[in-house]
Ligand binder design. Sequence first.
Ligand code: NAI
Length: 340
Amino acid sequence: MSTSPGAIHCTLIPGDGIGPEVAAATRSVLDAAATRPITWETHEAGGDVIGRYGKPLPDTTLESVRRTGVALKGPITTPVGSGFRSVNVELRKTLDLYANVRPARTLPGVRSRYEDVDLIIVRENTEGLYSGLEHIVVPGVVESIRIITERCSERIVRFAFETARRQGRKRVTAVHKANILKLSDGLFLECARRIAREYPEIGYDEAIVDAAAMNLVVDPHRYDVLVMENLFGDIVSDLCAGLVGGLGLAPSANIGDRYAMFEAVHGSAPDIAGKGVANPSALILAGALMLKHLGDLVGAARVERAVVAVLTKGEVLTRDLGGTASTTRYTEAVLAAIED
Ligand code: NAI
């Protein structure tokens, strides 16, 4: 939806912890780089708003995303153990953002274990152990239900193959634990094999999740696009972020048939919140994914080139990358690179 011809209309959810800091940085970078003006609708979510709205995800926030069709979201804290359920999971499920795409690519100038890592993790975003179905069977025994359906398995594998086709990728690997979870991951694999036959030009293979984790650390080049259920995707994508320089650099896109939401892989980082030292690159790069999704390929390329230019120069780096720059100073360097 647009307010003026060609304008981008977008919901901004700054989140909490380091969220507002990295969201402000990202907003200024996207405003400078996009080829069309961006109109931002800012909305709140998270534990801090429960007092005012009675829940952590206000209806007005959801309505805004439904109206604009696209959201940029900072991280939101989820309490461990008791307390409210994850707002991030609720947004993904309510808006049926079923595909969580997490690219992991080595960036020039960033010290990392390997050169030329270029992986895409496609994580199923709506079911698995994140179905939120847990109950106490008897005191001392708790059951968490892991839902795997044919419909969601087929659509996530198809999404992975479509991504591979669009990006000229060679292979899709289905990551599973069907040796132990014979029924649930057995169904996932059955679906993956069926969908793979529709894409004869793209290679297909399978890997058991524990072996895949080790192989990724030892030799990440053996993989290309990896598709998996929710929890495996959560863990494996953090592992892959570690392969390419850490959480401060890892963007993610949550895509559904009607809506899309872009965020960093990292969380609200309470240990550094409010100190002005967070690396905003992950959300900035998620912003580039958002511009691509909206068809502004030139704007997206400007953002990516500017981040790469600053990292390659290596003069203005945040603490997580071995530098001393504040979030603001780093953002200024990215803005200057866009102007160059
Ligand atoms: P985290 O990703 O927030 O932090 C892990 C470590 O990475 C910390 O040492 C932190 O300082 C560092 N880090 C993360 N992002 C950084 C950045 N941009 N720049 C520099 N350093 C960075 O993970 P943690 O501590 O497990 O989670 C904190 C909270 O975030 C939890 O409540 C969790 O539920 C929530 N979370 C939210 C997510 C989301 O909104 N999508 C995703 C992951 C976690």
